[in-house]
Design a protein around this ligand. Structure first.
Ligand SMILES: Nc1ncnc2c1ncn2[C@@H]1O[C@H](COP(=O)(O)OP(=O)(O)OP(=O)(O)O)[C@@H](O)[C@H]1O
Length: 826
């Protein structure tokens, strides 16, 4: 029975025809492999099926859940595709690094403020249990579900992304080169999960450039060439030569090397178990997380100062490419000096240099000035390799460099590496592909438990010998049962599972500071509070607390109001917050109090709603209108300032009983404290819904959130509206404090900068993704306390600006350090 049918699908990006006529039939119960050269359109097809792209022409039909005949579908976004039963694991590892493994697994399942309900929904109490089941199944053991996903290895993060798809119980699972980041044991467990899915009548669309994987798992294979499907074969007929012929339209693979290899030259790099000689290609192998990654990273530092070393990192998106730059700029990034003529960069020269590598590595591009992100994954990888080679290195360190490169191109890369080695280059290459070691390496170091445990010379290299060494001597007997059994014995198949929780006090404190962004500003605020009390004992008296809260309420609310837009990431910022609260204060003074409307039950909701509405307009302009946040909110800044000045050209005075109390005390509680508590409580309440988590996920990785089914523009717009509502409260706070509305720009402008400084001090990076309203409140408190302390010490207020500038730098440096240490624990 056909589960999914694709007919004559076409898609162009400008002049590039990514898909021309793609036809494919996915049967219930089968694993269907899709193969093709880099750039042949596989990922484009996947993105259409998963709702990321809309096709220009063609038809997709999907069978109904109850086994009904396929009916036409046109998924309008990932959420719709997932709801129809199609779940996708994309080529690039999709995780939100700052969020926990558990949050990553369930990302996108809930609505924006309501948890998923209904028959298929998993209740909150069962989510941890289901997450443990899925990850244990994929990884052999479950990592700490509360650890940030960024602290996991690449393979574990990919398992989390796969787990996210499996938790949706899909009928069609699409794996777009999802295995390329997995170690062999995890891959085999994934294959078992795929078989279980097909056994239940589902199907898997499996994309891989690895022939051994296709042979192991696929029932049928469809080949794409230049965006067209050129044939579907049963697995038995899909041998490597036939596939390559179909993929290339007739070309043969580069012949396997037969010539004798030259004797290696002098030692260029000495390290534990490795005396790397000129002309050698040394492989690093082993199960994921056995120390080979760290070993390769450390090699760079071990080279003598005079030795030219170049490296290609494993995680293309995070560590190798510069997404905003063009293909050519990505290539020249490390060797820009070579293109200088009379001190200026010559584009012609850069182009010429790139053209040579483009031909040598068969990089398929339109124009070299296009952004690198428009290239297919494999072609991006070739540009990265070209960049490393352009530095004319003596030692080349490669971390799984052929990940995502098609079979034909892979053999071109092998041929290139052999030529380079023959000309004296020394190469160390970590590879997760057994065949690659057999084909290419002069010797292979196999890693177990953090160190090289065995070395196999070229004449000893066989598939069985290598896999046996992966698992250690105890595995020998099991491995003899056959080379397919790459997962090895069960007891050895549990690769290292993430870092254990830190135990020393310092390590625990560092982890707390990374996970709870408000800890550092809280410590700073407490220290400053003590200093203030020491410098000015009257600071502790009750009446000065009332004044302090009244004074700090407006800047602290402005800081909190600025936070949600920043948290949502994507350059989100609202610099109209200060004019907005001034505008609200004008509305309160001139339009309400001035017209005799003074009841708290009217004034407070009007202030909050006006703020929320204007925040929502900002959010809509940025997220639906695609205006840059700074530009949109700057325009709003001018509009609001204009309106405020028009209605209140001079300070407009007035107050009423409850508003006066709000500036002092209400039922004995400082009014400022009440105003500050409202958004904190609202935020706490929202923290019980999916909203806060989802906003941070969008800020942490927009692509991940979007492909997991989150409505990104809606979440971000709601963030702006929430910020606007808090700015409405700030409007009330300033009116309660001053008993007047003042629209003077000299009065407003400092609030804008201070609010953003307070957000940064409060631990929310301006790139978004992590932070809290409470942190911003603390950031504002730090600024206030610095100013107050300098006043108490009779130091000019001019210095206060310099002091909190310096405090900000220290806080930002600290944040960057903790973020780095968080990353390096991966
Ligand atoms: N967003 C985009 N803008 C412009 N061109 C694009 C875009 N996405 C893909 N392309 C182009 O469409 C073609 C097909 O790319 P696609 O990523 O589908 O290839 P692929 O078969 O998945 O390759 P790989 O095996 O390297 O992942 C390529 O020429 C690529 O450069």
């Amino acid at each position: 029975m056909t589960l999914l049918a694709v007919e004559a699908l076409a898609k162009s990006f400008g002049p590039t025809k990514a898909l021309r006529a793609c036809t494919l039939e996915l049967r219930a119960g089968e694993v269907h492999a899709l193969m093709g050269e880099n750039g042949s359109g596989k990922s484009t097809l996947v993105k259409i099926l998963s709702g990321v792209h809309r096709p220009d022409a063609g038809r997709i039909a999907l069978a109904g859940a109850a086994g009904a005949e396929p009916a036409p579908v046109a998924p309008r976004g990932p959420r719709a595709a997932i709801a129809s039963g199609v779940a996708t694991v994309f080529q690039e590892v999709q995780c939100v690094p700052a969020q926990s493994v558990l949050e990553n697994l369930w990302l996108g399942v809930d609505g924006i403020v309501r948890r998923a309900k209904g028959s298929g929904a998993v209740p909150a109490g069962r989510r941890r249990e289901r997450a443990t089941e899925v990850l244990t199944r994929l990884l052999g053991a479950c990592p700490d579900l509360d650890a940030p996903a960024g602290s996991l290895s690449l393979s574990e993060r990919q398992a989390v992304a796969i787990g996210r798809s499996l938790l949706r119980d899909p009928r069609v699972l699409i794996l777009d080169e999802a295995t390329s980041a997995l170690d062999v044991a995890t891959r085999d467990r994934l294959f078992a999960a795929c078989r279980e899915l097909t056994g239940r009548g589902g199907s898997v669309l499996f994309i891989s450039h690895r022939m051994d994987e296709v042979e192991q798992i696929a029932d049928r294979v469809t080949v794409l060439r230049s965006g067209e499907s050129v044939g579907t074969l049963e697995r038995e007929r899909a041998d490597i030569d036939t596939l390559v012929r179909l993929m290339t339209g007739g070309e043969q693979l580069v012949a396997r090397e037969t010539r004798e290899r030259a004797e290696p030259g002098a030692v260029l790099l000495a390290a534990d178990g490795l005396d790397l000689r000129a002309g050698e290609i040394v492989g690093l192998a082993g199960l994921e997380g056995q120390g080979q990654d760290e070993y390769l990273r450390a090699l760079r530092a071990k080279a003598d100062a005079g030795t030219r070393v170049a490296a290609v990192a494993r995680d293309r998106r995070e560590e190798s490419i510069f997404p905003p730059l063009s293909i050519r700029e990505n290539f020249t990034a490390a060797t820009l000096r070579r293109d200088a003529r009379a001190g200026l960069i010559s584009t012609g020269r850069a182009r010429e240099r790139f053209a040579a590598y483009r031909e040598r590595l068969k990089i398929k591009i339109g124009r070299d000035s296009d952004p690198i992100t428009t290239l297919s994954g494999g072609n991006q990888q070739k540009v990265v390799i070209a960049r490393a080679l352009a530095g004319d290195p003596q030692v080349l360190l490669l971390n799984d460099p052929t990940r995502g490169i098609d079979i034909g191109a892979k053999h071109d890369v092998y041929a290139l590496l052999r030529d380079l080695a023959a000309s004296g280059l020394a190469i160390v290459m970590l590879s997760t592909e057994v065949d690659e070691h057999l084909e290419l390496m002069d010797r292979v170091l196999v890693f177990r438990e953090g160190a090289p445990a065995a070395q196999l010379r070229r004449d000893e290299l066989t598939r069985a010998a290598l896999v046996t060494e992966f698992f250690g001597p105890a595995a020998e007997q099991d491995a003899e049962s056959g080379p397919e059994n790459t997962a090895g014995p069960q007891k050895a198949s549990t690769a290292r599972i993430s870092e254990p929780a830190p135990t020393s006090f310092a390590a625990r404190a560092a982890r707390l500071a990374v996970e709870r962004t408000w800890v550092v500003p809280a410590v700073l605020a407490l220290a400053l509070l003590i200093a203030n009390v020491a410098a000015q004992h009257s600071f502790l008296e009750w009446h000065s607390w009332i004044l302090t809260f009244a004074e700090v309420a407006t800047p602290a609310l402005a800081a909190m109001a600025s936070t949600p837009a920043i948290l949502g990431g994507g350059g989100g910022i609202d610099i109209s917050i200060a004019p907005l609260f001034v505008f609200v204060s004008v509305v309160v003074e001139v339009m309400l109090l001035g017209n005799g409307i003074a009841g708290a039950a009217v004034v407070i909701p009007v202030a909050v709603l006006v703020g929320a509405a204007i925040g929502a307009v900002n959010g809509a302009l940025v997220n639906y209108g695609r205006y840059q946040a700074v530009v949109a909110t700057l325009c709003m800044n001018f509009i609001l300032s204009g309106f405020a000045l028009a209605y209140a050209p001079a300070p407009a005075a007035g107050t009423t009983g409850w508003l006066t109390s709000l500036g002092t005390t209400v039922a004995g509680i400082p009014g400022g404290l009440i105003l500050l508590a409202v958004p904190l409580l609202a935020w706490f309440g929202l923290g019980r819904t999916p909203f806060v988590r989802t906003l941070c996920a969008v800020g942490g990785s927009e692509t991940t959130a979007y492909t997991a089914g989150v409505n990104v523009p809606a979440v971000r717009t709601l963030g702006y509206a929430l910020g606007g509502a808090i700015a409405g409260l700030a409007g009330l706070a300033i009116t309660a404090q001053l008993h007047q509305a003042e629209a003077d720009t000299g009065f407003v402008t400092p609030f804008i900068l201070l609010a953003i400084a307070a957000v940064a001090l409060g631990g929310t990076p301006l790139t978004g993704g992590r932070g809290s309203l409470f942190g911003s409140l603390l950031g504002a408190a730090v600024i206030f306390l610095v100013e107050n302390l300098l006043g108490a010490l009779h130091i000019s207020s001019f210095w206060s600006q310099a002091v909190y500038g310096a405090t900000l730098i220290a806080a930002v440096l600290f944040a960057a350090r903790t973020a780095r240490s968080g990353r390096s624990s991966r």
